[in-house]
Every structure is written in C-alpha cells, then in structure tokens.
Design a protein around this ligand. Structure first.
Ligand code: BGC
Length: 741
C-alpha cells in the first residue's frame, strides 16, 4: 500500500498565479518585435558594465572613481552598432553625477532606438552605490530581527533613493540560505531557514516593486541567485554544490517560488554548478522548472561573466560561442556579459546558422520588453533631478537605525553584565574604530578597502560608546597599560570580529576561527578578572574557541550598517532592549557546520538530542536574550486533524515578567516524527514579533494549514503529507498533533 497521500496541493504548488502581460502591453510588444532587426533583438538581451562607456582616464582608476565622465563616442558606438538594451553597476558617486550618467545614456539611446535602456544596480542593503545613500544592516541582520517590516523598509528605501537617479532594476533580494558558514556571501543571506528567507524575500520584493498609482517609483526586483548558489560544498564562492533534487525542492526552492509568486519581475542565475551541471546551462532548472513549473514570465539574467564561464570556469563548452548556444538554449534571456560585445556577435551567428531559432530570441525579447513596459520606462525614463532631497532623509536614517537595533542578538549575559549603568568601561578590540567592520561588502563599492569611502560623520563603535557614556566612564584600552587600566575599570568591552569588507571570492577564508591576535587580546583581558563583553561585528560566525566560554557577555552585532554603532551603544547602555534572535546556528567549532533543521541522524551519537546545542553551538537558531523576562504559557491547539486543507488554530500566552518593555519574537516549530523521506528534527512554521509592555501578557496565535505547513516535497516536487504524529513547539512548550485520515 502506498504509505503516503499525494495531495491535491501538488497541483496548487506547481501552478502559479504569476502576472502575465496585459493585452495592451502584449500588442505593443508584438508590434515592436515585428519592427526590430535581429541585431536589435540581441541588443535587448545584452547588458554591459558602466566601465564600457566611461572615459579611459577613469577606467584606469576605476577603483577610486568618485565621479563618472562618460565617453559618448563609446556609448554611441555600442548603441548604434549593438543596440545594447541594459547597463549596470557603479560606484558611490553623487546623485547629480548619476543623473548625468543615466540621462546621457537615455538621451543618446533615443537617437537610435525607441526602446528605453534598463539600468541595473546592486543595492542589496540600501542605496549602496550612492554617495550618502542610506545604508541598512546586511540581510543576515535583517533575518535576525525576525520582523519582515525591516526587509520591506530596507528595500523600499533603496528603491526610493535610487529610482529617480534612473536606476530601475535592483539586484535584490538575495534568496540563498545561510548554511555554508564560511562562505564569503553568508552575510547576504537572511537566514539558514527557508521560511525566514521566503518571508523576508517577499517583503523585499514588495518594497522594491510597488506598482500602486501613488507610489513615486517604479523599480524591478531581482530574485538571486537561482538556484542552490548558497551551499557550495567547499564553502568557497562559485564552487560546485551537490544538492539532491529533493533537498533543492524542500529547502532552496521555496524562497524563490515565494518571491516569484509575490511578483518579482526578474531573477539572476547561480554562477555555480549543481550536481555537475552549471546552472547557466541547465535547461532543467531554467526552463523546465522556472518557466514550465513555476510559470515565471519575467527576465532571467545571467550573473557576471557567466556565459563565458561555461567555457573558462566550468569547462563544459569549447569556446564562448558554444557557451552562448548552451546558455540561450537553456533559458537565459539576458547576458550580463559584461565588458565585451562577443555575446552579440556569437548570438547573431548562431541564429543566422540556424542553430538557435529566432523564435527563441523573440521569447526573451518579449520578456525584456514586458518588464520595460511594466516599469513604465516607455513613458518616463529620464532621471528626476528635482526629487533628490529624499536621499538619506531623516526618515530613512531612522529606518536603518531601527533595523540595526532590532537585528542584534544578545547571545550571552552572565551575571547581568549588560546593560552597563554607572560603570567604568575599558574599551578596545580590533574593530572598535572601524567603519568597514560595521558595513561589510557592497557598501559604497564592491568591497571598500578602507574607511575613506565612508561618510566622515559615521560613528565607529568607539565614537558611539564615548558619546553615550561620556569621557568619565570610558577609557581606550592600551595593551601596554592593561593591568593598570583594568584596576580602574569595572567592565571591559571588546569589539571583535572581521575588520575588513569582502565580497564574493574576496571573502574566502581558510578557517572560521578569528586570528590569534584577537583571541590573545581577549585572553589577556580575561586574565584581569574583570567581566569581559564581546561585540561581534562580522559577516559570518567567526570563532574564538579558546575564550568564548569564559567571557561574560556576547552581543552579535553582525553587519549593522552605517548607524550600527549607535544601536550597539544603546543596547550596551540599556536605552534599547535587545530583541534579535539567531537566524542561523552559531557553531562552537569549525567542524560544527550543521543547521538547526538538520536530520535526526546528524547527531545520532549524542543523546539526548537537547545536549547537541550546548555541545555544538554557542547560539542555536532562535536563541536571543532580552533585558526583559518572557514567560510562555497556555499553549492551546486542536490535537488532531483529518482534512489537511482546514486550518488548525494555535495560540500561546507570553508574559513580560520584568519591569522593562521588550519585543519578543515568537518562533513556532514543528517536528514530523516519522517520515518516508527523512525529516528535519525541527522546522520553523511561523514567526511573529510583538512589543510586550512590562508586566503585560500578549496572545500570539496563528493558523497552521497542514497541507501548506506540514507537507514536504519528494524529488519530483510532489507534496506529501503522511498520517501520523507531529509535535509543535513554542518557547519550550510542546503539544502533539495527529493527522488521522
Ligand atoms: C554577483 C551578483 C551581482 C553582479 C553584478 C556578481 O558578481 O554575483 O550578485 O548582482 O555581480 O554586480
């Protein structure tokens, strides 16, 4: 007998409610396509980097560029001969300079084409390629906030600040899972958990793409990097992943499906390979799954250099022309080439030779034109120099600061060492006076090599602590005078972590452990017998195994952004009550690479399983302390269901038993105790964060829909829900739930 039930929701899962072009747009698109030459169509499928149209004098000094000067002769040549339809990228130049750049591009283009240019930019945590753009915490912080409004606001702010500069395409949100802890892009992920990534991703898509009549901007989101990019086997960027079809569907696909269902107009493809097939050449992923199964109507853009990478990096194509053939036939719509015109030349040859049918080209051009129509570019494409005052407005700064406050996780607080009031504080550490350490990569440039790129008035942690506690309470640690200073101090605060900004392969490390110098300093401070508090600024969980167990307090600050130092000082002083929880499992040692939703057998040598957390993690997924004390009680729910489409109502009371108001993120987990495909030991099914005033109680409730929340896919994507026992868990309370047919 078949041990499981295949639900009708299989069909629900596969079918998509994604928007299609309106009749009006369809007619306009078809009319344009009829008039376009093959070269013009291929031009629409071509995206070039801004370096291809700036003056040579700037190109030589591109790393230091703070002002663009375009080379209009180059621009004219590219538009006239190759009809390029999209440009990308930048540096943190002034808004006025961006207006000049995008206005010039569009004006020159108008002389050669009726189709506007689509400009794309990597604003992954605020308007990061804009001088004075508002920088938000990176996604890993946003995930730890467990509040989707921060993901929404970060994305909306970026869109608001950049759309009027002529940027209509934001290469965000990142929808990978933060499972490979040493990966140099870990901080760009929201979480190791698919539900957190899905909900944050959907919020970000809504922030970027708001097409209501009153919204003063039109921008397209880009769900990236489709699919499985975030789990390279080695932990190194763009290196191969081996992920089973079942795991791809259960863990990696849901955030993308959610973002596409939320209307994301574009996706960017994973540069790496999965199970031996580079994704840029995978018809199975880019056409069978993305188009036919998910029903995606928008643009699939390659990542940087990724067509030629099929030859040079992956070695599955003999040359760039064959690589072009493979990528287009797999389902690519637009090539982020990004610095040559080879793509245009080879694609034209391939069509003329009859190897690629023109109908395949038309298919991609239709999608690209649709996005351009949808964004209203045919009506308004020029930048709006009259609306630049909203950049870095007090409201935007407040949004970033609040996200920073709510995204830090108090991991440890022995003896209530925090908050610090009326105490003398010795402050030191490798990241204490660093701006880079608070913001990480993709801030003002790809990876800023020093603080000189950051706003002068941006506070470091030291600046913020001094401003908050005052000179009488703060001394800057001098290693030569440590014992004398420790006699003066009541507590030692050390800013520890990654004192560098890195992006992609630049973030490759050999060891999760921090350099010996940092551990050494912490050890010397511990020797003074004064309480020691660590503030961790880092883009991934770096380890200090020798000393981590001995310190009194640990605040995971992550990459909290330009206003992060103030938020740190506020948490240390008690002005802000910490409310973040770990959105990933913080390991104890480099070998502890397993996520919270691991399989039962991962720790089969350890019993009871609850011990695993203390042994393998300094902060498990969902852990986070507060200055308030929250007590959970009164878990109420039905204990059986027989119709999986009907909701099961669940609620719990949470009481703030302290004298301090605080926010609590309530995390609901489910365990499927027996499964025909091995089940994760726990899976998050819902989360919600609310403010609970001192002494007050709040009811948190949600409706669990079994076919949505308890089913899991097999390797073909069929959703299974098996009769039997489930366990629900919230704040240490548990209840059984039975599915009886
Ligand atoms: C990254 C993408 C980014 C693109 C454009 C690539 O190297 O992987 O995330 O959007 O560059 O800058």
């Amino acid at each position: 007998m078949n041990p499981y039930i295949l639900l009708l929701s299989i069909i629900l899962f596969l079918s998509c409610n994604q928007e299609k072009p309106s009749n009006e747009h369809e007619q306009q698109i078809e009319s344009l396509i009829r008039q376009m030459s093959l070269e013009e169509k291929i031009g629409q499928m071509t995206q070039l980097n801004i370096t291809t149209i700036v003056q040579d004098s700037i190109l030589e000094d591109y790393g230091n560029v703070s002002h663009y000067v375009l080379d209009t002769a180059k621009l004219v040549a590219l538009l006239q001969e190759f009809h390029v339809g999209s440009f990308l990228n930048g540096r943190a130049v002034s808004p006025e300079n961006w207006v000049y750049v995008t206005e010039t591009i569009q004006n020159v283009n108008k002389q050669h084409s009726a189709i506007p240019i689509l400009y794309g930019i990597d604003h992954v945590h605020g308007a990061s390629y804009l001088r004075n753009g508002t920088i938000f915490p990176h996604n890993i912080n946003i995930g730890c906030s467990f509040d989707t409004s921060h993901a929404f606001l970060a994305a909306r702010t970026a869109a608001l600040e950049t759309a009027d500069l002529g940027h209509h395409w934001i290469f965000a949100p990142v929808l990978g899972l933060g499972r490979a802890k040493s990966w140099g892009r870990f901080y760009e992920t929201y979480s190791e958990d698919p539900l957190v990534v899905s909900r944050m991703g959907v919020a970000a898509v809504h922030g970027i793409q708001d097409f209501s009549a009153t919204t003063p901007y039109r921008t397209a989101a880009c769900a990236k990097h489709f699919l499985g990019y975030s789990d390279p086997k080695s932990g190194w960027d763009r290196s191969p992943a081996e992920i089973s079809d079942q795991a791809l569907r259960e863990f990696f696909l849901p955030p993308f499906k959610a973002a596409l269902d939320a209307g994301a107009l574009t996706i960017m493809i994973n540069s790496g390979e999965i199970n031996g097939i580079p994704v840029h050449a995978s018809h199975e992923l880019l056409t069978d799954l993305l188009r036919e199964e998910l029903g995606f109507q928008g643009i699939a853009v390659t990542d940087w250099l990724d067509i030629i990478a099929l030859d040079e990096m992956h070695g599955i194509a003999e040359n760039e022309k064959e690589a072009t053939y493979m990528a287009i036939m797999a389902g690519v719509d637009m090539s982020m080439v990004p610095v040559t015109t080879n793509f245009c030349v080879y694609l034209k040859e391939l069509v003329e030779e009859g190897r690629i049918p023109e109908s395949r080209i038309n298919e991609s051009v239709r999608r690209i034109l649709w996005v351009k129509f949808k964004l209203g570019l045919f009506d308004q494409v020029l930048p709006r120099a009259d609306r630049l005052d909203r950049i870095n407005s007090p409201e935007h700064i407040a949004g970033s600061l609040q996200a920073a406050r709510e995204s830090m996780v108090l991991i440890k607080n022995e003896g209530q060492v925090l908050p610090i009031r009326d105490k003398k504080i010795l402050v030191g550490g490798f990241t204490l006076q660093s701006k880079v350490a608070l913001c990480g990569g993709w801030t003002y440039r790809f990876a800023a090599d020093s603080d000189r790129w950051f706003p002068e008035d941006m506070q470091t942690i030291y600046d913020a602590l001094l401003a908050t506690f005052g000179e009488s309470q703060i001394q800057l640690l001098d290693e030569n005078r440590l014992s004398e200073q420790a006699r003066w101090a009541d507590v030692i605060v050390l800013a520890t972590g990654e004192n560098t900004a890195y992006a992609e392969t630049q973030g490759t490390i050999d060891d999760l452990a921090l350099d010996a110098g940092q551990a050494n300093l912490i050890g010397r401070c511990l020797d003074t017998q004064k309480p020691v508090v660590l503030i961790l600024t880092e883009g991934r969980p770096r380890l200090i195994p020798e000393v981590e167990g001995a310190v009194d307090g640990i605040l995971f600050a992550g990459l909290p952004g330009v206003y992060g130092a103030q938020a740190i000082a506020e948490i240390l002083s008690g002005a802000v009550n910490p409310s973040g929880k770990m959105a990933f499992t913080y390991p104890k040692r480099s070998g502890h690479i397993i996520s919270y939703n691991h399989k039962k057998a991962e720790y089969s040598s350890i019993r009871p399983v609850s011990e695993e957390l203390q042994r393998y993690s300094i902060a498990p997924f969902g852990h986070g302390l507060s200055y308030s004390t929250f007590v959970y009680s009164g878990l109420r729910m039905d204990t059986t269901f027989s119709d999986p489409s009907l909701p099961v109502s669940i609620s719990v009371e949470v009481r703030n038993e302290s004298a301090q108001d605080g926010k609590e993120a309530v995390l609901w987990f489910v365990s499927d105790l027996v499964g025909s495909i091995t089940r994760p030991v726990r899976e998050l099914v819902h989360f919600e964060k609310q403010l609970i005033s001192a002494g007050e109680s709040r009811t948190f409730s949600f409706e669990l829909i079994p076919e949505r929340d308890l089913a899991f896919p097999d390797k073909l994507g069929q959703q299974l829900l098996e009769p039997g026992q489930f366990r629900l868990e919230v704040g240490g309370l548990t209840s059984n739930l039975y599915y009886r047919e």
